[in-house]
Design a protein around this ligand. Structure first.
Ligand code: BGC
Length: 441
């Protein structure tokens, strides 16, 4: 290369680096998020409402009055307002709305209408989940999600509720964490119906996928302007021993099945969920499945190390939450990168629908929120179209098989504010993270 060309090369590199730095500079010392970014919290009906009879309450995991949000929803929305949030994700309890097959309870629906009215009056965008781990007892008696009939039953529930609520809801989440639900309920035996059968779990996954895809089209038919997606749980997976090929093979399969198979199926329109040694699910091209999502919903919590027995273990040397999950903020940007691979294929954005920490003493939540939201900011600078950050959760609640032990809330179950709520409030109010906050170590 002659000297002149060399100089041009050096200067152009300096120019590129300085532009890049500028792009990453905070505005007025605030790492700003895009206009209209949604800041909120997430909850789920069975975890907070109280007084629900469903397949959990009748199967040894009764949430009782829980956080009593059925009676305290106005107070909850006041907290959301106080936090300066412009969004709130909550779910509808199928068992409340359709306690008996085909009998829809209009009075039960009124409760959700009241919530939506209150949110509207306060300019808070709702994100409404249609299925969050729970079913009416008649559904479970009928074979639950292993029975193909449940897809049709679910669609009738979707048809009724979406028709009733469409005027006040634009963002619908059909199913929360289909991967977690299928494996915990049908493979690990931790959630009702407490099955331990991997083939059943795969069948349930494919039924949930079909239920999502059919709901996607149904909701669009009812309301053209709606945006429909599902919330996918992503776990960052690493080999326990980096150099052990068996650990690496397990990571490959778990990533493929647990993290990515839902997105793969939607992008391709085909269901191919296979685990060596068991009967998988392979179904031909289904046009209704193809590209059936308007956004990717992403729930991220932690990282697991997978050993040569396929067990997921935690690195105990790292900083842990109360229930022993690793605090790994970088995992959020890594998850966004995985999700974005699929989002970009069909040109859709990503909504972070859950991220949070159980931390009863509130010692680590401040830093957790700051570091995780900063990872989101960095991902946006890298060109990922992220539209929301929904902290899990507004208040402590019934944490499924762990009952009331984990404390994820910005508020306690008695609605006492934890200090970290003020940090989240500030970030939400500024639509960004003050540079000073990032100094907390
Ligand atoms: C679920 C929430 C749950 C949270 C924390 C997510 O997998 O969607 O319902 O409370 O994790 O455990």
């Amino acid at each position: 290369m002659n000297k002149f060309l060399k100089l041009i090369f050096i200067f152009s590199n300096i120019f590129i680096i300085s532009c890049d730095n500028q792009k990453n500079m905070p505005e007025n010392n605030i790492y700003k998020f895009p206009d209209n970014f949604l800041w909120g919290t997430s909850t789920a009906s069975y975890q907070i409402e109280g007084g629900i009879i469903n397949d959990w309450s009748t199967n040894g995991l009764d949430a009782g009055v829980s956080a009593d949000s059925f009676n305290k929803y106005k107070e909850d929305i006041n907290k959301i307002k106080f936090l300066n949030n412009n969004a709130y994700r909550f779910s509808l309890e199928w068992a409340r709305i359709e306690p008996e097959k085909g009998k829809f309870d209009i009075k039960a629906l009124q409760y959700y209408k009241n919530i939506l009215k209150e949110l509207k009056e306060n300019n808070i965008t709702p994100m409404v989940t249609l299925h969050h781990f729970t079913n009416p007892t008649w559904v479970s008696k009928n074979g639950g999600w292993e029975n193909n009939q449940t897809i049709n039953d679910f669609l009738k529930f979707v048809n009724f509720t979406v028709n009733e609520l469409k005027d006040d809801v634009e963002i619908w989440i059909t199913i929360n964490e289909p991967n977690v639900y299928a494996f915990k309920a049908y493979d690990a035996g931790e959630f009702p119906p407490y099955k331990k059968n991997r083939e059943s779990a795969l069948k349930v996954m494919s039924n949930l996928l079909k239920a999502h895809a059919e709901s996607y089209h149904l909701i669009h038919k009812i309301d053209k302007k709606s945006k429909v997606g599902f919330a996918q749980h992503i776990a960052i997976l690493e080999p326990y021993f980096k150099l052990n090929p068996i650990d690496n093979i397990f990571v490959y399969f778990q990533n493929k099945i647990f993290n990515e198979s839902f997105w793969e199926s939607i992008i391709s329109g085909e269901i191919n969920i296979n685990i060596p040694g068991i009967n998988g699910v392979n179904e031909p091209y289904n046009p209704n499945l193809k590209n059936a999502m308007d956004f990717i919903g992403l729930n991220y919590y932690t990282r697991w190390y997978v050993n040569s027995s396929g067990e997921q273990l935690i690195d105990k040397k790292s900083e842990l939450t109360d229930i022993g999950w690793e605090i790994y903020p970088k995992g959020l940007s890594r998850s966004l990168k995985i999700a974005d691979k699929y989002a970009k294929k069909i040109g859709i954005p990503i909504y972070i629908t859950e991220n949070g920490i159980d931390d009863g003493n509130d010692n680590k939540r401040n830093e957790y929120i700051i570091n995780h939201t900063f990872e989101v900011w960095k991902s946006i600078q890298d060109g990922i179209d992220v539209k929301s950050y929904m902290y899990w959760s507004l208040m402590d609640n019934f944490e499924w098989a762990e009952k009331f032990k984990p404390k994820f809330g910005l508020y306690t179950i008695e609605r006492k504010m934890r200090n970290s709520a003020l940090t989240y409030k500030e970030i939400s109010q500024n639509n960004g993270i003050k540079k000073d906050l990032l100094k907390i170590k």
